[in-house]
Design a protein around this ligand. Sequence first.
Ligand SMILES: C[S@@+](CC[C@H](N)C(=O)[O-])C[C@H]1O[C@@H](n2cnc3c(N)ncnc32)[C@H](O)[C@@H]1O
Length: 344
Amino acid sequence: MSRDVTLLWGLRSPCAFACPHCYFGTIDEHKAAPPNQIGVLSHLSRTDLPAQAIEDFVRTLPDSPVERVVIAGGEPLDWPGALEVIALIKQAGCQVVIATNGIPLTRPHVVERLVGLGVDGVSVSLDSADASTNDRLRPSRSGRFGYDQVLEGIEALLRARGTGPVPRVGIYTVVMRPRPQEITGMARLAADLGVDYYVPQPISLAPGHALFEELAHRPEDVAAVADELDRLYAEPAGLALPDTSYARRFVEAISTHDSGHVPGCFGGARLFFIQPDGSVWDCPSDRRIAATPPEARRTIRGADARTLFADRPACTDCDLFSRDCVNMWPLMDLPRMLNGEATQ
Ligand SMILES: C[S@@+](CC[C@H](N)C(=O)[O-])C[C@H]1O[C@@H](n2cnc3c(N)ncnc32)[C@H](O)[C@@H]1O
């Protein structure tokens, strides 16, 4: 069976950070009113799958169409079961990339294990090259962790890798309307740290979100972002970046809030999104999840990856474009970025 499926798997819901713009919402908001709509994520969720159900599914990955698993959350590496799950996914012959807030990388046994397991990529989130700005945008819940520990974690992972080929180490940065300059500022920091790949991604907020007015891009912001992206791609400073079509998609995405037609989308064809409760969706877009009819809902609980992803279209035509779509493109471009191939 040919392997061409990427899974974006939100493995666990909790996180030690309380980023106010997070896809998982905020704890304060959810303490007052726990969300109960289908597909809505929460750091306070009580429905994360038990370890056994996760492992049962993962043991069906060999001989399935799943080629790559991108593990996110919540914070996956704070969960004690994560390293065992990662080991099983690697044993299944899949590529594994982990999205982390970076703090678990300050624990020596975690980095040693990630290197030992041959994890292919570790994407670390950092939203500003300036320490205090980053810690305001990405506050930890305890107030004890932030920029300094994230850099410490990245450096520890690079040291543990040594001259070995993996994991490739990347930085992911959420670009917000007041700070287009982070696009090139973070590239300089990433290059100084010796990081391998870098993905600036536009903030994606629903128009009703409390921070929408402050952080979501408006038409008048587009020129400054486009200029920064031009400068980044002109001088990538040795970093692997998403392919150049990404810069155009980024700019197009922040130019509109309208839903649009996405011809030949890979969501539901070569990309699937798994929620911490095991629900499987074509992609993480809230528009696409809301539009999924009840009879098309699926779960990994008790499922076999060999049959779950067997019957799928070559691509899907989608009329539900959202700003979040652009954040899926780098996932499909991961093999090239992890190979360190030049950006073209
Ligand atoms: C939800 S986090 C989960 C993994 C891990 N805890 C971390 O901090 O990277 C995955 C990525 O989504 C980004 N992200 C969260 N909310 C976002 C939003 N509203 N728009 C764009 N990216 C967002 C984060 O910054 C991070 O890079």
